[in-house]
Design a protein around this ligand. Sequence first.
Ligand code: SF4
Ligand code: SF4
Length: 410
Amino acid sequence: MASDMDRRSFLKIGAVGATGLAQGIPAASLAETKISGDKDPGVRQYVELGKTGLRISDISFGSSQIKAGEESLVRHALAKGVNYFDTAEDYARGISEPVLGRALKGERDKVVIGTKTKAYASTRASDLMRSLETSLTRLQTDYIDIYFNHAINSLDRLQNPEWFEFIEKSKQQGKIRFSGMSGHAGNLAKCVDYAVDNDLFDVLLLAQNFGQDPVFYERFMRSFDWVANQPMLPRAMEKAKAKNIGIIGMKVLRGARLNDMRPFEQGGATYAQAAFKWTLSQPYVDAAVISMTSTEKIDEFLGASGQREVTETDFKLLEQYARMTDLTYCRHACNDCEGSCPYGVDIADVLRTRMYAVDYGNLSFAKTEYEQITTNANPCLSCDGKPCQDACSHGISISSYCGPTHVMLS
Ligand code: SF4
Ligand code: SF4
């Protein structure tokens, strides 16, 4: 671990300037000028994103929950040294890209921008090009650093030749620098395996938190009946790392019930920081993105920047969180209950939107996401719940949550 950290760590912010020149990023980055000491550390570490050579803040800005008029929030993160901004064409009902575009105007040479579109098995290259052009306009830029195929959950979406034709053309035209795949749903390990084996992407953006890591559970196997999720994912990511594919973790907070954890936090260490440390301590993870929804949260999250060692105190916080959420948290990248519902309810998606409403406390975001679910939980209102009764491999009572979620979000 230590040698790996040495290789990937850039503890001195000056390194950003020196290496940034090679990437067209000015040596005198905003990050360099703002970070002055422990009292207000901001970003402490920049990492190389695999073979792309991009150097990004180890904790970066996710904008899926951003609201209109929150340009100052983006600029707060920028002033704290965050230099990677992650968005998607459909985040916040299409508001996210324009907000980032306005907030980052005049700062383009200091930041790395990633955005996403969903290419399905039959999406045409011409449609993808139209999506890209729209994103460029909204972001007020003429190039995207990393363009992701968004929320991959099946192999057929990775086998559409038009995506690759589009990517090649866009790279040639200078509209895209690198391509990526994002994923947080079922079949993730299988999709990562396929993508890596076939050298399909430069960057992977993947759900990655302590609750998905079998190593975390090994410490508690004797006393708890928890089940490690996606045991194949670390191996698939390791394979990606061996090919020097950049890996960014997301969904780090595993539901983000931060307020519920406050009573257990002592000495300034927080659950969120512990969760970041866990994700960043994984040897195959370069960096992490997180939805940054307030200046206070940005400051709290960045408190974990540059820290890749999980302490016993951190571990206790993670354990507490796992205990608290074990029977309510629908695991990212799990789809074990698929096929259990005779009405085809998208159980994992329904429970994910419940998490946005109940755990994140973001009802409008949850409603927006719920609207996009193909088969929502309406059938649960008139179902006795027997078909899905024992379908969750993690013991979640699916029927207890799906019906009420429909009532809350529809
Ligand atoms: S409660 Fe019924 S309708 Fe709802 S997910 Fe379970 S089996 Fe499907
Ligand atoms: S409800 Fe249970 S089995 Fe279904 S996706 Fe969520 S954690 Fe996995």
